[in-house]
Design a protein around this ligand. Structure first.
Ligand code: ASP
Ligand code: MG
Length: 467
């Protein structure tokens, strides 16, 4: 491997000891050319969101000072331990300057009494901007030549969609190549994850959890051989270990499988974040900072040969099943579209949908938190019109998703799935399989979810010998 992008999440850099450990990991695993991306220290971004909101509502200046004191404690206290002795003072000065700037902007927001997405992004940027100098200093202490860059300085330019900006890939590619590429020969740059800038140089953020996205963008434009996401779990697991004790780390997954799993709540990676890597076919590896000897999960574009039909069983709780029924729906075009529109207008996200060919009912699964809004929206849309007779809902359900690219074109998988579930004495309330055939999802009662997951794990995964 020649070129590697490694990203470290918030818990990985959550204390002086952890930052030092990360520096050791970088030294141990670096490729001849390596870029490091860092998140804010754990908890910091949440605290920044919270203080920005409180400040805009008008709090005492004293409370801003208290917050800055917390940030100072969190970041200044680690300097002594992570940096080389001769750099301690300068690094403290750098952190202090950033804290000063943060204090000023918070006071500014308190005067204006308004928090715009643009000023929020500015406030949030301090999480990563405070973490990056610390990690870069820790690398120098390991004898690695390093300096740090904000995402924008590194060359990542986005649109002006503050709070959820998207990279402008062409100019990003050009700039990153200009700024970062020449540095790779004799140093390891540290780049702040999550934050970038628009064309005018205003700070933007890529959306919460966006440092993975930064790593994927850099990996893509630099044509990295791999992108490593260092986090605090061993990788992507075959199922939820709290429900099934035989759960284990999946060694290799394809992008499509990883996306299916992410949608179904295995929130190790957000699908959008790996998109730039996916487009270029760059493998992404998820590894554990706290267990570096475990090789983690490798996500690749196309898995060559795999004997696995099913890779994972994911369980999504806190969902609700809605049933819309009425003979008036039969043969009437546009009902499904009205359902979608009514729900979209209420910002209800649809997780699953199915309609039988009798057309007399449509079943939909939504997040439990959305159920009331969903029912109201549907009743308003349909009830008066004598099309729908009834909108029923059941809040005590869970989705089970069986995921694996090996299911595509393999006969009898659905039969094995539902036989296993039936043998476990579990009743299935609704079924859907997308035509990609990478996932079969179904809904069961909440109380049956663990039993169904265990039966499926046993049928498809545990039975198989460990590779
Ligand atoms: N610090 C940012 C967040 O917490 C970005 C990240 O951690 O990936 O959302
Ligand atoms: Mg974070």
């Amino acid at each position: 491997m020649k070129r590697l992008v490694m990203k470290f999440g918030g818990t990985s850099v959550g204390s002086a000891e952890r930052i030092s450990r990360v520096a050791e990991l970088v030294k141990r695993f670096a490729a001849p050319e390596t870029v490091v991306v860092t998140s804010a220290m754990s908890g910091v971004t949440d605290r920044l969101v919270e203080i920005a909101e409180r400040v805009a509502q008008g709090i005492e200046e004293e409370q801003i000072h208290e917050f800055i004191a917390y940030m100072r404690e969190k970041h200044i206290s680690v300097v002594q331990e992570v940096a080389r002795q001769e750099e301690v003072e300068e690094l403290r000065g750098e952190i202090e300057r950033l804290l000063n700037e943060l204090e000023k902007i918070l006071i500014g927001i308190s005067y204006v009494g308004e928090l715009t997405p643009r000023s929020l992004d500015y406030v949030l940027s301090f999480g990563e901007r405070l973490a990056a100098p610390l990690l870069s200093a820790a690398l120098r202490r390991q004898g690695i030549n390093s300096r740090w860059y904000t995402g924008y300085e590194a060359g990542i330019v986005t649109d002006s969609n503050f709070g959820k900006a998207s990279p402008l890939m062409e100019i990003t590619e050009e700039r990153v190549r200009q700024v970062i590429e020449p540095r790779l020969k004799d140093s390891i740059p540290v780049v702040t994850g999550f934050i970038a800038g628009n064309k005018e140089g205003r700070i933007t953020t890529l959306g919460r959890g966006g440092s993975d996205y930064t790593a994927a963008i850099l990996g893509a434009v630099l044509d990295a051989d791999e992108i490593w996401i260092w986090t605090d779990v061993d990788g992507i697991l075959t199922t939820d270990p709290r429900l099934v004790k035989e759960a284990r780390v999946i060694e290799v997954l394809s992008y499509i499988e990883a996306m299916e799993l992410a949608y179904f709540g295995a929130k190790v990676l957000h699908p959008k974040t790996i998109e730039p890597a996916m487009e270029k076919g760059i493998p992404v590896r998820v590894r554990n900072t706290f267990n570096p000897n475990c090789e983690g999960t490798l996500i690749v574009s196309e898995q060559e040969k795999s004997s696995d039909i099913v890779k994972a069983i994911s369980v999504m709780k806190d969902v609700a099943l809605l049933n819309i029924s009425g003979v008036g729906m039969i043969g009437l075009p546009g009902v499904a579209s009205r359902v979608f529109t009514a729900l979209a207008q209420q910002k209800v996200n649809i997780l699953m949908i199915s309609q039988g060919s009798s057309e007399a009912n449509i079943s939909i699964v939504v997040e439990r938190a959305d159920v009331e809004r969903a029912v109201d929206a549907l009743q308003e849309e349909f009830l008066g019109a004598n099309i729908v007779k009834d909108v029923q809902y059941n809040e005590d359900v869970a989705i089970i998703a069986v995921v694996g690219a090996g299911m595509r074109g393999t006969r009898g998988v659905a039969a094995r799935v539902f036989t296993a579930v039936a043998n476990a004495g579990v009743n299935v309330l609704m079924i859907a399989q997308g035509s990609s055939e990478v996932n079969i999802s179904f809904v069961v009662a909440d109380e049956d979810a663990a039993r169904a997951a265990r039966a499926l794990h046993q049928e498809f995964i545990t039975k198989r010998p460990t590779p």
